[in-house]
Write a protein that binds this ligand. Structure first.
Ligand code: 5GP
Ligand code: MN
Length: 325
């Protein structure tokens, strides 16, 4: 027999504790959506754990509440779980995914990814819309739907998340809802301050690595693909983490004629995290799905085993295949 499904609005009135988790190698939307919910839940008197398997990116730590994040799972199980922006429950991280898989506690999902097909099998309640420019906008819709009042802290978290996932309202996910919500939040936040925190407090070492990486971009497939590698040795040399190279791929995509940019970030010898950014025809999510990954039409990723040169061959193949369609 199917257990009766829990809904978040009821849980907020009837439970004492919650755990919120975003995805591995979290980005601004994952952090902002998590922190916004953290404030909402604590406002209801719920003892809330803000958990992440991987460190929050340095340039989103300014969001009030982000400092509450813990990287260890609490010993006591929460009354319910919330997963945000993860694409699938697996991408929350191994330990938390295992814990949720065996748990009978309610699980709630907020997401705007296309790749995960049957969230109802894992979650009790699903807030999913792949047309939303950011997961944080689904948090905003939930608050609106129930008439929960906006606060300055929640506004900063949502504003930062939307700015992050739309690249400052530039990506093709940018839409009327994103502008409307930001315009509403302007009553609570300083837009310039948030933009400056996200994009204009770059460590010098990151800029120096960027210069190195930009110089190394390879144009493939007759200029339709721009590819580069980030090695572990480079990150070690500059004492930087993955959060410092997240934005580099935009420079590769920005080159005229490039339809797809691919970043190969070395995880281990012969093992890469591949990030794809496309414009025009190339469906990055579809290609990433073929390699066991996922994402959105214009921003997706997967893991790749092989050398960087083999990766470049793969890119040539992918572009050749997509071009004849
Ligand atoms: P990024 O390149 O910034 O890591 O990810 C771009 C987009 O693709 C994000 O929406 C992210 O969630 C998704 N993505 C990246 N890697 C993976 C992956 O391995 N699996 C899935 N399902 N989605 C991914
Ligand atoms: Mn997102």
């Amino acid at each position: 027999m199917k257990k009766s499904r829990s809904d978040l609005a009821t849980l907020l009135k009837t439970t004492q504790s919650a755990l919120i988790v975003g995805h591995i190698t979290p980005d601004g939307d994952s952090v902002g959506s998590s922190v916004a919910l953290y404030h909402l839940f604590t406002g209801f008197g719920i003892s809330t754990t803000l958990y992440s398997a991987d460190p929050y990116p340095y340039n989103f730590m300014f969001i009030p509440g982000a400092e509450k994040v813990v990287y260890e799972l609490p010993l006591i199980e929460p009354d319910f779980y919330v997963v945000v922006d993860a694409g699938s429950p697996q991408r929350t991280g191994e330990a938390i995914y295992q814990q949720m898989s065996v748990s009978r506690k309610p699980k709630i999902f907020f997401d705007h990814h296309v790749s995960y097909r049957d969230p109802g099998a894992f979650f009790d309640q699903v807030f999913l819309d792949d047309a939303a420019a950011a997961t944080a906008l689904l948090v905003h819709r939930f608050m609106k739907q129930h008439g929960y009042p906006m606060t300055r802290e929640i506004a900063i978290a949502i504003y930062a998340a939307v700015m992050a996932d739309t690249g400052g309202m530039r990506y093709n996910s940018t839409n009327r809802e994103a502008f409307a919500v930001l315009s509403e939040l302007v009553d609570f936040v300083e837009p310039w301050e948030i933009a400056a925190k996200i994009w204009e407090e770059v460590p010098h070492a990151q800029m120096r690595l960027l210069a190195e990486v930009i110089a190394s971009i390879r144009l493939l497939a007759g200029g339709k693909a721009a590819v580069f590698e980030i090695t572990r040795a480079q990150l070690d040399r500059y004492r930087l983490g993955p959060d410092h190279v997240d934005s580099f791929i935009n420079y590769a995509r920005a080159i005229a004629g490039v339809e797809v940019a691919m970043r190969f970030r070395e995880l281990a010898p012969y093992r890469y995290k591949v990030s794809m950014r496309s414009k025009g025809n190339i469906d990055a999510a579809k290609i990433s799905n073929e390699f066991g990954g996922g994402g959105h039409r214009n921003a997706a990723g997967f893991e790749f085993s092989g050398t960087f040169d083999e990766g470049c061959k793969l890119v040539e193949e992918i572009v050749a295949r997509v071009a004849v369609r």
